[in-house]
Write a protein that binds this ligand. Structure first.
Ligand code: PMP
Length: 459
């Protein structure tokens, strides 16, 4: 007997792919949470591949209506990827030019997808303070002004972003659960999704639905120190030289009843587990949301109906979260086999960029380390220097200059080795000239060791 084909339902043709934005399904995470009711809202089934299709389409339609975007105009935005994809898709389908400013660390798959839609791209350094004129948002704002017929979508300040979630995402979830939802779990990038969806669900349930913000541990939204984290497109990082930090205008803190902070390791391993146990290939922020939803369900008991919004697909992150090599080199997976470098993890003395040579020399000498990492952290940064990105490794020979000069910073950051690698794997990819390397665990600096010490591990 063959299984009945439950999908054999004719759907009339759509006039435009834009008619297919939204209306995404919920799926129960039955294998991950067999004793609870946890549903995932699959936003990767939008035609552009993410939750941002909704905001992109809504912002463009709104700008057409107000006259801010005219026929033949250019859509400009600063975006880490998904909003760009949504806007590029709308631009192609409605005959606009599109121009995007992206941080240079954006996954290459996302850049290529934008180009495939015919979009033009400008890259800017990822690690810039907000006040810098080349910061993604400042740069995009300038480009929109300088471009004839340019219109800045401005997902961070455009009310059409949260509004579309109030009109669509919220009602879809309410209807799909027959009004039974008790908890909404979502990550926060611009805050559009959680703000709009949360506001609707609060209103319609008379305040019964709890809105849970799922946030990377160090993200500033959930009270973290703003230091770097590995989850793309969600959370709030604060560059150490940012003087006055602001949250996006569209984000409403008061809609969130509770934050759950999720370590990068848990987010990433959850995203990987969803692929293997549920057949859901999703991105890192989906891992953050799902991990938080599973925790909420475990706490709230069998009567809870938890809905997690999974913003995008794992297809864009095959070389990151879903790559065994990447997770081992970043030290997000280091306890699943014998012989990893996890046992070498140690505290590290570091200096922030701009430290004087004299100060660095005495720091290195008293540390007993084979080298001194210089990190992207300011003296006034909210996070401890060891949490900053490693810019260089300084040996005593690098610190031979005048004592009052600033420490030298190499033009390219050093290659680290991951706590999930074995010594043999790490050695194989280090060049013959390497003498000292830094160890990375959970995406962060977790040791400095000589290549000799690494060789000794191989035995
Ligand atoms: N996850 C991913 C992958 C995203 O692209 C975004 C959008 N930046 C978010 C989460 C957060 O969505 P929002 O901007 O609506 O807060």
């Amino acid at each position: 007997m063959t299984a009945p084909d439950r999908r054999a339902v004719a759907t009339p043709p759509a006039d435009s792919l834009l008619a297919l934005v939204g209306g995404t399904p919920l799926i129960r995470l039955a294998r991950s949470a067999p004793a609870a009711e946890v549903h995932a809202k699959l936003e990767y089934l939008n035609p552009g591949g993410s939750v941002k299709d909704r905001a992109a389409l809504a912002m463009v339609l709104d700008a057409e209506e107000s006259g801010a975007l005219r026929p033949g105009g250019t859509i400009v935005e600063g975006t880490s990827g998904n909003t760009g994809l949504g806007l590029a898709q709308v631009a192609a389908a409605r005959g606009y030019r599109s121009l995007f400013v992206l941080p240079d660390k954006t996954a290459v798959e996302k850049l290529d997808a934008l180009k495939a839609y015919g979009a033009e791209i400008v890259l800017t350094p990822s690690a810039l303070p907000r006040e810098d004129p080349d910061h993604v948002i400042a740069y995009a704002t300038r480009l929109a002004k300088e471009t004839d017929g340019g219109w800045l979508a401005d997902q961070y300040g455009n009310p059409a972003n949260p509004d579309v979630h109030r009109r669509t995402t919220g009602p879809e979830i309410w209807e799909a659960t027959g009004g039974r939802i008790t908890h909404l779990v979502a990550t926060i990038g611009t805050g559009g999704t959680i703000t709009g969806t949360g506001q609707y669900l609060h209103e319609v349930s008379g305040g019964r639905v709890q809105v849970v913000g799922a946030d990377p541990v160090t993200s500033a939204y959930g009270g973290g120190d703003g230091s770097p984290f590995a989850i793309e497109a969600a959370g709030h990082y604060i560059h150490p030289e940012t003087a006055t930090d602001v949250f996006p205008d569209v984000y409403r803190r008061d809609v969130i009843d509770r934050f759950l902070t999720i370590a990068d390791r848990e987010s990433i391993l959850t995203a990987r587990a969803l692929a293997r146990t549920e057949g859901l290939l999703v991105g890192g922020s989906s891992g953050t949301a799902a991990a938080a939803a599973l925790r909420v369900a475990a706490e709230a008991g069998p009567d809870a109906v938890v809905v997690a919004i999974l913003p995008d697909s794992g297809r864009a992150y095959l070389s990151k979260y879903h790559s065994d090599t990447w997770v081992r080199r970043q030290g997000f997976l280091d306890d699943d086999r014998e012989g990893t470098l996890a046992g070498l993890v140690s505290d590290v003395v570091t200096v922030p960029v701009g430290t004087s040579v004299g100060e660095a020399r005495s720091a290195l000498e008293s540390s007993g380390q084979p080298a001194l990492p210089v990190v992207l952290a300011g003296r006034s940064s909210r996070f401890s220097p060891a949490a900053g990105e490693v810019l260089g490794l300084l040996s005593i020979a690098d610190l031979a200059g005048p004592a009052d000069a600033a420490v030298p910073v190499p033009s390219t950051p050093p290659v680290g080795i991951g706590s999930g690698e074995t010594a043999a794997e790490a050695l194989e990819r280090l060049g013959p000239d390497a003498e000292v390397v830094h160890l990375v665990r959970d995406g962060r600096l977790a040791g400095v060791l000589t290549v000799g010490a690494l060789r000794a591990q191989v035995g």
